[in-house]
Design a protein around this ligand. Structure first.
Ligand code: FAD
Length: 293
């Protein structure tokens, strides 16, 4: 399929991009790497869009920094390939590098961004679950002032976020808090193929130990609801308890009970729920095994 006609504007600044987005409203979309937008345009699935606002010429959006005591700052134009291969990310937050690596293929990761991955708001987006488990936040620029959005408030539905179109709101940065001693995290994707395949389900875990007991934890699940979901009941079971195989199984069962999967060509709802049980256990175990000393 060929691309439909549209105006392409390569914005040179956040203000230019945001002002134009406010002016064109629902007739425009932002584009970072274009790996979601271009196929949608080709398939004529973006009805009424006559303007694509390119963000790639806004230099301050391309950054990958780590601040001791704070954490990782990932600019909205930073490619998934850079995140996956950054020695800094691999050392400080291996699960984030792993989640970036799980997206699509090497070619797509060289164009695609984490900001695009979450702004596209697919319930199975690979980076969404780890960001939820690690309590990330999303910084934005908008007319009248930007804001910091806790990732748990960012997704509002299938392909929907809380970004305000009428304010020309743009994601500028994703911030992930530093892993402290006694904390670990992990992300697992379950898909039929190893590459170029969307997740049937994905599970991420962040665990903080207090002595021999779990001091705190967050479990996030992708592909089993209209947005990525937290497994609050499973988290409650784990908090304050010593990890045993029986407890991990109970947490897995609890997580599978609180997801809302659908059946489609890729898997049945029952299979998805059972895979959540299996991968919840795996993600918690790996988070513990890779914990910061
Ligand atoms: C063949 C194929 C396989 C794929 N496999 C996977 C997979 O395995 N796992 C997975 O998670 N994804 C997969 N994807 C989806 C895609 O590659 C990712 O979602 C990618 O991370 C999107 O980033 P991008 O920069 O290309 O976004 P774009 O296509 O540029 O934008 C995506 C959406 O985000 C919005 N957007 C982008 N940047 C901003 C910003 N700064 N502020 C506000 N809104 C913004 C755009 O308007 C658009 O709605 C696949 C895609 C393809 C084509």
């Amino acid at each position: 399929m060929s691309l439909p006609d549209f105006d392409f504007v390569a914005a040179k600044s956040l203000k230019e991009a945001s002002d134009l987005a406010r002016e064109r409203g629902n007739r425009c979309v932002f584009m970072a790497g274009g790996t979601d937008i271009i196929p949608l345009l080709k398939d004529n699935l973006l009805k009424g869009i006559d303007t694509v606002i390119g963000l790639e010429c806004i230099p301050e959006l391309d950054k990958l920094e780590f601040a001791d005591g704070e954490g990782l700052r990932i600019g909205a134009l930073t490619k998934l390939h850079s995140i996956q291969n950054s020695p800094l990310v691999k050392e400080k937050m291996p699960a984030v590098a792993q989640a970036a690596h799980y997206v699509a293929s090497s070619q797509i990761r060289r164009k695609g961004t984490m900001a695009g991955n979450i702004s596209n708001a697919s319930p199975s987006a690979d980076t969404a679950s780890i960001l939820l488990a690690m309590n990330a936040s999303v910084k934005t620029y908008a007319s009248g002032g930007g804001r910091t959005i806790p990732i748990g408030n960012f997704f509002t539905g299938v392909k929907k976020t809380c970004l305000e179109k009428d304010k020309g709101e743009i994601v500028t940065e994703i911030d992930i808090p530093e892993l402290k001693p006694g904390e670990g995290s992990a992300y697992y994707k379950h898909a039929v193929r190893k590459a170029m395949d969307l997740a049937i389900i994905g599970v991420a875990a962040w665990v903080k130990m207090a002595g021999r007991k779990v001091g705190d934890c967050r479990i996030a699940m992708g592909g089993v609801g209209v947005t990525p979901l937290r497994a609050f009941n499973a988290e409650k079971l784990l908090k304050g308890a010593e990890i045993t195989d029986e407890l991990l199984e109970e947490a897995g069962v609890a997580a599978s009970g609180e997801c809302h999967p659908i059946s489609d060509v890729r898997a049945s709802a029952e299979y998805r729920a059972d895979m959540v049980r299996v991968y919840t256990k795996r993600a918690i175990k790996t988070a513990l095994e890779t914990m910061k000393a």
